[in-house]
Design a protein around this ligand. Structure first.
Ligand code: SAM
Length: 290
């Protein structure tokens, strides 16, 4: 799952302990590390996401979007990037869980200017029953969060409510992973600054496609933060999602597929297509509109 942000560069300080001996470099440990900060570093690239939203919206409408609704926002990292890219830009960030919202308020919004802070509205709530905020230009559902809806009817209801929330020209951007490894049971590690991120695909029911995943963090001092995040999802495929988006009333549900870096990875450039090659793992956007 995910991409990765440099929070130290962003000015968010990670709790750390000092290494013994001569090194004065702080050493992260599971005893004190902040799981929300680790998540943002390991998983999120909000500036890239927002640039993608802007590119797609401007391509369709010939102007920049102004109002974002960030569904399943967790720490609202995308909303923060959103408001930084224009003084008229407003973000509504919705999550059920008060913990990441409180963290965002304390650690992230504090880094913004007053004007930017005033334009991020954190909302504790269910995206199935969104607050009355008026129409928005972009709704985003990032890092496969919409997989939390396991029944067709409920997912269609969510998509239909998103469509109703969009202003004319508005777009709904969601992502998902696929590929031959995407529902396999596996643990995949990636080194980040001061810790290792572990993505664990823990259980998959091939009949129902129910899928349980964890994020674990490992530290150089040998400590671990197991199951820092847990996801109980249904693994949905691209065609299922597109069909449900159309059933929910969208006129278009376009797949944006990532280009190759010629080293077996993605290059971060997403282009609209109806053709995707078979591969072990891909993260793909769907942009629904109309
Ligand atoms: C995968 S995480 C968030 C990911 C984040 N959007 C990102 O891009 O990394 C999923 C989040 O969705 C929230 N969530 C789950 N069900 C929800 C619902 N029905 N309404 C609002 N938030 C929900 C959880 O509390 C959790 O913070």
């Amino acid at each position: 799952m995910g991409r990765g942000l440099d929070l130290q560069a962003e000015g968010v300080i990670l709790p750390a302990v000092k290494a013994k001996g001569r090194s004065r470099k702080p050493v992260l440990t599971a005893r004190t590390a902040d799981r929300h900060a680790l998540y943002e570093i390991a998983v999120q690239t909000p500036d890239d996401e927002v640039k993608f939203f802007d590119r797609v919206y401007r391509g369709l409408n010939g102007r920049m979007p102004r109002v974002l609704r960030e569904d399943f926002c967790a720490t609202a990292a995308i909303s923060q990037s959103w408001v930084k890219r224009g003084e008229d830009r407003v973000a509504f960030s919705i999550d059920l869980d008060p913990a990441p919202l409180a963290w965002a308020r304390e650690k992230r919004l504090a880094q913004l200017t007053e004007s930017q802070r005033e334009r991020v509205h954190l909302v504790e709530g269910n995206v199935l029953h969104p607050p009355r905020i008026g129409k928005v230009d972009v709704v985003s559902a990032g890092n496969f969060s919409w997989w939390v809806f396991k029944e067709r009817g409920i997912l269609r209801e969510y998509f239909a409510k998103v469509r109703k929330a969009l202003a004319p020209g508005g777009v709904f951007v969601l992502d998902l992973m696929g590929g031959t490894q995407s529902s396999e049971l596996l643990k995949e590690r990636r080194r980040c600054a001061g810790f290792t991120y572990e993505w664990e695909q823990h259980a998959f029911n091939a009949v129902t496609h129910e899928f349980t995943c964890f994020i674990n963090f490992l530290f150089r001092d040998g400590t671990r933060m197991d199951r820092a995040f847990r996801y109980d999802w249904r693994w949905w495929s691209i065609p299922e999602a597109r069909e449900l988006l159309m059933e929910a009333g969208f006129k278009n549900a376009t797949v944006y597929w990532e280009g190759d870096d010629d080293k077996g990875g993605g290059n971060g450039m997403y282009r609209p297509t109806d053709k995707g090659e078979s591969c072990m793992c891909h993260v793909t956007y769907i942009v629904a509109h109309g």
